[in-house]
Design a protein around this ligand. Structure first.
Ligand code: CA2
Length: 175
Protein backbone atom coordinates (compact mmCIF):
# COMPACT_ATOMS: atom_id res chain seq x y z
CA UNK A 1 0.00 0.00 0.00
CA UNK A 2 1.19 3.54 -0.77
CA UNK A 3 2.82 5.43 2.11
CA UNK A 4 0.98 8.56 3.22
CA UNK A 5 2.17 12.16 3.45
CA UNK A 6 0.27 14.39 5.87
CA UNK A 7 -0.25 17.90 4.46
CA UNK A 8 -1.37 20.19 7.26
CA UNK A 9 -2.53 23.78 6.94
CA UNK A 10 -2.94 26.31 9.71
CA UNK A 11 -5.23 29.24 10.44
CA UNK A 12 -6.94 31.26 7.72
CA UNK A 13 -5.69 29.06 4.90
CA UNK A 14 -9.34 28.06 4.39
CA UNK A 15 -9.60 31.54 2.79
CA UNK A 16 -7.08 30.67 0.09
CA UNK A 17 -8.15 31.96 -3.33
CA UNK A 18 -10.98 34.04 -1.90
CA UNK A 19 -9.11 36.94 -0.18
CA UNK A 20 -5.81 38.79 -0.77
CA UNK A 21 -5.08 37.06 -4.10
CA UNK A 22 -2.23 39.54 -4.71
CA UNK A 23 -0.41 37.80 -1.82
CA UNK A 24 -1.72 34.26 -1.77
CA UNK A 25 -2.90 33.73 -5.37
CA UNK A 26 -6.17 32.53 -6.86
CA UNK A 27 -6.03 28.81 -6.07
CA UNK A 28 -8.64 27.70 -3.54
CA UNK A 29 -7.81 25.23 -0.78
CA UNK A 30 -9.90 22.48 -2.43
CA UNK A 31 -8.00 22.98 -5.70
CA UNK A 32 -4.68 22.92 -3.83
CA UNK A 33 -5.69 19.60 -2.30
CA UNK A 34 -6.39 18.16 -5.77
CA UNK A 35 -3.04 19.49 -7.07
CA UNK A 36 -1.21 17.92 -4.11
CA UNK A 37 -3.03 14.61 -4.49
CA UNK A 38 -2.03 14.19 -8.12
CA UNK A 39 1.57 15.37 -7.45
CA UNK A 40 1.88 12.85 -4.60
CA UNK A 41 0.26 10.00 -6.54
CA UNK A 42 2.69 10.62 -9.39
CA UNK A 43 5.47 9.94 -6.86
CA UNK A 44 3.70 6.87 -5.44
CA UNK A 45 2.33 8.49 -2.25
CA UNK A 46 -1.14 8.95 -0.82
CA UNK A 47 -2.01 12.13 1.09
CA UNK A 48 -4.04 13.22 4.06
CA UNK A 49 -4.82 16.92 3.46
CA UNK A 50 -6.26 19.01 6.29
CA UNK A 51 -6.73 22.60 7.46
CA UNK A 52 -7.54 23.92 10.91
CA UNK A 53 -7.82 27.27 12.62
CA UNK A 54 -7.13 25.54 15.96
CA UNK A 55 -3.61 25.02 17.30
CA UNK A 56 -4.47 21.87 19.29
CA UNK A 57 -6.06 20.22 16.28
CA UNK A 58 -2.83 20.69 14.32
CA UNK A 59 -0.90 19.17 17.26
CA UNK A 60 -3.24 16.14 17.28
CA UNK A 61 -2.83 15.63 13.54
CA UNK A 62 0.99 15.71 13.86
CA UNK A 63 0.70 12.98 16.51
CA UNK A 64 -1.75 11.08 14.28
CA UNK A 65 0.76 11.17 11.40
CA UNK A 66 3.25 9.35 13.60
CA UNK A 67 0.70 6.89 15.01
CA UNK A 68 -0.47 5.88 11.54
CA UNK A 69 3.06 5.40 10.15
CA UNK A 70 3.06 8.34 7.72
CA UNK A 71 6.13 8.89 5.53
CA UNK A 72 6.35 12.53 6.54
CA UNK A 73 4.63 15.84 7.09
CA UNK A 74 4.27 18.96 4.97
CA UNK A 75 3.26 21.81 7.24
CA UNK A 76 2.12 25.34 6.54
CA UNK A 77 1.50 26.45 10.12
CA UNK A 78 0.54 29.94 8.84
CA UNK A 79 0.10 32.35 11.77
CA UNK A 80 1.26 29.67 14.26
CA UNK A 81 4.65 29.39 12.54
CA UNK A 82 6.32 31.94 14.81
CA UNK A 83 4.25 31.47 17.97
CA UNK A 84 3.44 27.81 18.58
CA UNK A 85 5.74 26.02 21.00
CA UNK A 86 3.06 23.29 21.10
CA UNK A 87 3.43 22.61 17.37
CA UNK A 88 7.24 22.69 17.66
CA UNK A 89 7.11 20.22 20.57
CA UNK A 90 4.82 17.88 18.61
CA UNK A 91 7.21 17.92 15.64
CA UNK A 92 10.21 17.28 17.91
CA UNK A 93 8.34 14.41 19.58
CA UNK A 94 7.27 12.57 16.42
CA UNK A 95 10.62 12.98 14.63
CA UNK A 96 9.07 12.54 11.19
CA UNK A 97 10.69 14.02 8.08
CA UNK A 98 8.98 17.40 7.83
CA UNK A 99 8.96 20.07 5.15
CA UNK A 100 7.85 23.51 6.28
CA UNK A 101 6.07 25.34 3.47
CA UNK A 102 4.91 28.88 2.89
CA UNK A 103 3.16 30.32 -0.12
CA UNK A 104 4.91 33.66 0.30
CA UNK A 105 8.61 34.29 1.01
CA UNK A 106 8.42 34.84 4.77
CA UNK A 107 11.92 36.39 4.78
CA UNK A 108 10.89 39.06 2.29
CA UNK A 109 7.96 40.07 4.54
CA UNK A 110 7.64 41.73 7.95
CA UNK A 111 10.32 40.83 10.48
CA UNK A 112 7.84 39.15 12.84
CA UNK A 113 7.30 36.45 10.20
CA UNK A 114 11.01 35.52 10.06
CA UNK A 115 11.56 33.65 13.31
CA UNK A 116 9.91 30.33 12.51
CA UNK A 117 9.68 27.90 15.42
CA UNK A 118 8.62 25.21 12.96
CA UNK A 119 12.01 25.55 11.19
CA UNK A 120 13.73 24.31 14.36
CA UNK A 121 12.18 20.88 13.87
CA UNK A 122 11.76 20.80 10.09
CA UNK A 123 14.03 18.87 7.76
CA UNK A 124 13.82 21.78 5.33
CA UNK A 125 11.88 24.87 4.31
CA UNK A 126 10.26 25.88 1.01
CA UNK A 127 8.91 29.40 0.95
CA UNK A 128 7.87 31.87 -1.70
CA UNK A 129 6.83 29.80 -4.71
CA UNK A 130 3.10 30.36 -4.42
CA UNK A 131 1.06 27.16 -4.14
CA UNK A 132 3.89 25.43 -6.03
CA UNK A 133 5.74 25.46 -2.69
CA UNK A 134 3.53 22.46 -1.85
CA UNK A 135 4.40 20.42 -4.95
CA UNK A 136 8.09 21.21 -4.43
CA UNK A 137 7.70 19.98 -0.85
CA UNK A 138 6.09 16.74 -2.06
CA UNK A 139 9.03 16.15 -4.42
CA UNK A 140 11.46 16.86 -1.56
CA UNK A 141 9.72 14.45 0.85
CA UNK A 142 9.45 11.75 -1.81
CA UNK A 143 13.19 12.13 -2.45
CA UNK A 144 13.97 11.83 1.26
CA UNK A 145 11.81 8.74 1.60
CA UNK A 146 13.59 7.08 -1.32
CA UNK A 147 17.20 8.16 -0.74
CA UNK A 148 19.26 5.18 0.46
CA UNK A 149 20.83 6.21 3.76
CA UNK A 150 18.83 9.41 3.49
CA UNK A 151 17.05 11.20 6.30
CA UNK A 152 14.88 8.83 8.23
CA UNK A 153 12.96 8.97 11.45
CA UNK A 154 16.30 8.83 13.27
CA UNK A 155 17.76 11.85 11.53
CA UNK A 156 14.75 14.04 10.74
CA UNK A 157 15.44 17.61 11.75
CA UNK A 158 19.01 16.81 12.78
CA UNK A 159 21.94 18.89 11.55
CA UNK A 160 23.97 17.38 8.67
CA UNK A 161 26.87 16.40 10.99
CA UNK A 162 24.59 14.09 12.98
CA UNK A 163 23.25 12.62 9.77
CA UNK A 164 26.72 11.80 8.41
CA UNK A 165 27.56 10.18 11.77
CA UNK A 166 24.40 8.03 11.57
CA UNK A 167 25.12 7.05 7.97
CA UNK A 168 28.78 6.25 8.76
CA UNK A 169 27.69 4.06 11.67
CA UNK A 170 25.31 2.17 9.38
CA UNK A 171 28.02 1.66 6.76
CA UNK A 172 30.47 0.38 9.41
CA UNK A 173 27.85 -2.09 10.64
CA UNK A 174 27.19 -3.29 7.08
CA UNK A 175 30.94 -3.99 6.42
O1 CA2 B 1 2.99 32.42 3.07
C1 CA2 B 1 2.43 31.60 3.79
O2 CA2 B 1 2.06 30.50 3.42
C2 CA2 B 1 2.12 31.99 5.25
O3 CA2 B 1 2.28 30.82 6.04
C3 CA2 B 1 0.70 32.47 5.25
C4 CA2 B 1 0.25 32.93 6.64
C5 CA2 B 1 1.25 33.97 7.20
O4 CA2 B 1 0.89 34.28 8.54
C6 CA2 B 1 2.67 33.44 7.18
O5 CA2 B 1 3.54 34.46 7.65
C7 CA2 B 1 3.07 33.04 5.77
C8 CA2 B 1 -1.12 33.58 6.57
C9 CA2 B 1 -2.16 32.62 6.07
C10 CA2 B 1 -3.42 33.39 5.84
O6 CA2 B 1 -4.09 32.79 4.77
C11 CA2 B 1 -4.88 33.57 4.00
C12 CA2 B 1 -5.17 33.07 2.77
C13 CA2 B 1 -5.95 33.82 1.91
C14 CA2 B 1 -6.42 35.05 2.31
C15 CA2 B 1 -6.13 35.53 3.56
C16 CA2 B 1 -5.36 34.78 4.42
Amino acid sequence: MAKTIYILNGPNLNLLGTREPEKYGHTRLGDLEAICRSAAEAQGFAIVFRQSNLEGELVSWIQEAKATGAAGIILNAAGYTTTSVAILDALLAVKLPTVEVHITNIHAREEFRHNSLVSRAATGLISGFGVESYTLAIAALAGLARAPGGRTEETAGAPDKTISKTINKKFKKAK
